[in-house]
Write a protein that binds this ligand. Structure first.
Ligand code: DX5
Ligand code: ZN
Length: 213
């Protein structure tokens, strides 16, 4: 499985240090949570700070948009050339068009589903997607409890992916720990995001990533 630590739980007073720590700890992606204070009740970082993250990172960026105006934010972050940009289907009228736009910018497109959205919502988009992100908490904050219904959702999504586009990855974000990662693997999940488990772990960042692996 691929491990994508979320820098939302990093110490923003030492952001470059904390980004380097996950990269040196052999993470696979650097997960960046962009929140606009409208789609979710929290406000995080924009391109000025994310460019500093990109400069410190030696692993590809995975930008998770939790915003109202997706196209505006895609244009804002595209110059940083992240590996992935993911956007919420609940907040996009024309997801098919936005997927094509992201790909035309040389970035892998991904769609995010909040806990209430069924996997069938992306069925007719799967052939064009590189990843589907299933939220296992309500988007907005780190450190929340894992919602177990995501396991059933991942299994249903995996069956659809195997038929339509076996290359498409399943990512899960929220409340991931060394206790539930095995269940996620069994449900067909390929990539996990982990914020507080990695950054607030007394064993240290490198050891926390190793324990997930
Ligand atoms: C929540 C974010 C997550 C969050 C995960 O909206 O999308 O990426 O940082 O944090 P943990 O792993 O602490 O649940
Ligand atoms: Zn996230």
């Amino acid at each position: 499985m691929l491990i994508a630590p979320s820098i939302l739980s990093a110490d923003f007073g030492h952001l470059a240090r904390d980004v380097k720590a996950i990269c040196d700890g052999d993470c696979d992606l650097v997960h960046v949570d962009v929140m606009d204070g409208h789609f979710v009740p929290n406000l995080t970082i924009g391109p000025v700070v994310v460019s500093a993250v990109a400069a410190a990172a030696t692993k590809p960026l995975d930008i998770h948009l939790m915003v109202e105006n997706n196209t505006f934010f895609v244009d804002l972050f595209a110059p940083l050339q992240p590996k992935y940009i993911s956007f919420h289907i609940e907040e996009e009228k024309h997801p098919h068009r936005l997927i094509q736009k992201i790909r035309s910018l040389g970035i892998s497109p991904a769609i995010v589903l909040t806990p209430h959205t069924p996997p069938e919502a992306v069925e007719f988009l799967l052939e064009d997607l590189d990843m589907v992100l299933l939220m296992s908490v309500n988007p907005g904050f780190g450190g929340q409890a894992f919602i177990p219904s995501v396991l059933e959702k991942a299994k249903r999504l995996k069956a659809m992916i195997q038929k339509i586009n076996p290359e498409c990855l399943i990512q899960v974000d929220g409340g991931v720990t060394d206790k539930n990662i095995g269940l996620l693997k069994s449900a067909g999940v390929d990539v996990v995001v982990a914020g507080s488990f990695v950054y607030k772990n007394p064993v240290g960042v490198k050891e926390a990533i190793a324990s997930l692996k």
